[in-house]
Design a protein around this ligand. Sequence first.
Ligand SMILES: *Cc1c(COP(=O)(O)O)cnc(C)c1O
Length: 435
Amino acid sequence: MKEQPKIIQLEEKDIPEAWYNVLPDLPKPLEPPLHPATREPIKPDDLAPIFPMGLIEQEVSQERYIDIPGEVLDIYRIWRPTPFIRATRLEQYLQTPARIYYKNEGVSPAGSHKPNTAVAQAYYNKKEGVRKLTTETGAGQWGSALAMACNFFGLELQVFMVRSSFHQKPYRRVLMETWGAKVQPSPSEMTEAGRKVLEKDPDTPGSLGIAISEAIELAVQGDDVKYSLGSVLNHVLLHQTVIGLEAKKAFELVGDFPDMVIGCVGGGSNFGGTALPFVVDRLQGKDIRLIAVEPTSCPTLTGGRFEYDFGDTAEMTPLLLMYTLGHEFVPPPSHAGGLRYHGDAPIISLLVKEGVMEARAYHQVEVFEAAVTFSRTEGIIPAPETSHAIKAVIDEAVKCRESGESKCIFFNFSGHGLLDLAAYDEYLSGRLSDV
Ligand SMILES: *Cc1c(COP(=O)(O)O)cnc(C)c1O
């Protein structure tokens, strides 16, 4: 292979003009979501109080490509295409014959991949006359991404932020408020769902499941108020496919192709967005492994059951067929706040169940060790969530060193860790333990 540049920087014209929808290419159709009261398959109208029609249509669309609206592309241009980087210094440090590439989604203004869907969701809501959105956020990445997007489209935003993260990560709240959003620690006294949890357990660290209940409760109370979800649903994974589509273009430019695609999984959106465009290659017989990485403290894919479950704690959302730890599961506080969700995207769950994707889990301390190795070789400081993917990449690269095989490993760098330095401080001073 000829000498490669360190960064393959695509041009603005290389930003995809359509998202890739995996639904028509799945090995089996997805089972429909069920209505929380009747347990019958839900109809699009059932979702209308919480989502705009534009997104509901995408949720069930069988079109393989869906055009990205010009207004959304205009905002994508602020940070897309994202850099596609060869991790040469990490390769040298590990003395591995493996070729390691990553897509840096940490260059978005909010610091993660999440604006890819936040901007699209704000657009469709605005187009249908919505005035205000509500949402939940874990570590604050989703809340800040949506705050930025709502700001661009002139929408109000109320964020319920999981309490443990609200206190651990005050700067993300400031980020959200700078972009004009209102932020409330969850569980809160603002909603029935929040008050119920606080009554039972006043010291609860909170969870995404509880925060979702609060956000939905508020959204259904107003006609021009809707709810926005940052992961899990089909339309969210759809919007994130700009990551994998740009990566495929970059791989073409360098004349390489991945043997492995790796990503961390909270609800499955960044991994989905990265790996779904490669599913067809695998289904057509290419030898390519798609590896989802999660924390052992919230082992949805590796330790959960594949069954219908609610998306939230108060049982207000439709039931989704997915891997789940149970909707009442409250994961222990960890620094990978974005990976603390009891369920997983139905698309990712199905593909793992069918053996198209595989999953593994790592402990917190080994993940931070990988994060520091990456920071000291490639220079960029990863988010704790992202570091789960990096741990898997390092393990696979070390296997290549031992076997002498030169595999091509591609992973998604889902976000930077510059607002997670308290976690690094704990690790570096030896105070961090496995949860
Ligand atoms: C939110 C987040 C995740 C996890 O969410 P997914 O929907 O699984 O992608 C991973 N990495 C970062 C940096 C995040 O902000």
